[in-house]
Design a binder for this molecule. Structure first.
Ligand SMILES: C[S@@+](CC[C@H](N)C(=O)[O-])C[C@H]1O[C@@H](n2cnc3c(N)ncnc32)[C@H](O)[C@@H]1O
Length: 281
């Protein structure tokens, strides 16, 4: 028989993977037992039965192999939403909430058409849809399995104003024009050592890695998006903290105006944006 108090003593096993191993153990024990993780405080003497212990061991061993806790639970919080995530989707990051904040600041709350390219779990488009019911959103991805997850998230949160489309970057948009195009595209260079780091190696490489030192997809979006923007429309791009200058240069060279970079909560350059002035793209 194993009590919750005894289980908690195993938390240091995950100390090299996480800066909050006790919290993670409590969450996984909660998922394995069906008990609220507060039981660790209120009833530490409570015993797990054999099935609960077996489920916990399965989850904990996967965590010790480095699998992200979001994949073990099948969900991740983003903005105000709890989203389904699977190994077909990137685990949405808190840094990406900066892109959402900026779109909300820049665009009017009334009717707007906004595209989220490379939507993954649907995180960006669905967060915007919860905040701006009048917006019409198109969310795209090249990955059909990811789009199925995004569709389930959309339906779960009843955000029917988000239309999902399959396809490569702006080709998925057809001939429509938008007030803003947003993207958190793959921007990690193929040789980046972080790709072998804990957690990241479980995420789809196609969601993370871009050629040309991580710049290829950012460059494609800068090149393609003007045709799909209304005059005065915005392009907002998340990127790596070392890529801001290259993205600004690319936007200005393409004819965008008001180009500037914004930082995330950690003070790192994270989102660069520009406005399409109109005229022939
Ligand atoms: C960094 S992930 C971002 C996922 C989600 N927007 C988020 O912030 O959590 C990049 C996404 O772009 C998609 N993607 C990669 N290449 C693409 C392409 N050529 N056209 C459309 N989507 C693409 C991937 O499948 C992945 O879902």
């Amino acid at each position: 028989m194993t009590t919750l108090a005894e289980l908690l003593r195993r938390a240091p096993e995950a100390a090299n993977l996480s800066d909050r191993p006790e919290q993670e153990l409590r969450i996984l024990a909660g998922a394995a037992t069906g008990w609220n993780p507060t039981a660790f405080y209120t009833a530490p003497e409570r015993c797990l039965n054999t099935a609960q212990l077996h489920r916990f061991e399965g989850l904990w061993n996967r965590r010790l192999q480095g699998e992200p806790i979001a994949y073990l639970l099948g969900e991740q919080g983003f903005w105000s939403l709890l989203l389904e995530v699977t190994p077909d989707t990137l685990v949405p990051r808190p840094e990406t909430e900066r892109l959402v904040e900026l779109a909300l600041e820049l665009l009017p709350a009334g009717h707007c058409r906004v595209a989220d390219l490379g939507t993954g779990s649907g995180a960006i488009a669905l967060a915007l849809a919860t905040e701006r019911p009048a917006w019409q959103l198109v969310a795209t991805d090249r990955s059909e399995p990811a789009l199925k997850v995004a569709a389930r998230n959309r339906d779960r949160h009843r955000l029917s104003q988000v239309e999902l489309r399959h396809g490569d970057w702006c080709t998925a948009l057809g001939i429509g024009r938008f007030d803003a195009v947003l993207s958190n595209p793959p921007y990690v260079a193929p040789q980046d050592p972080h790709l072998g780091g804990p957690g990241v190696c479980f995420e789809p490489r196609s969601a993370l890695v871009a050629g040309n030192d991580g710049m290829a997809d950012l460059a494609a979006l800068i090149d393609q998006s003007p045709v799909h923007l209304n005059p005065g429309g915005w392009l907002l791009l998340e990127h790596g903290c070392q890529q801001a200058a290259q993205v600004r240069t690319g936007l200005s060279a393409r004819g965008f105006v008001g180009v500037c970079t914004h930082q995330d909560l950690a003070g790192q350059d994270r989102v660069t944006l520009g406005r399409w002035p109109g005229g022939r793209p």
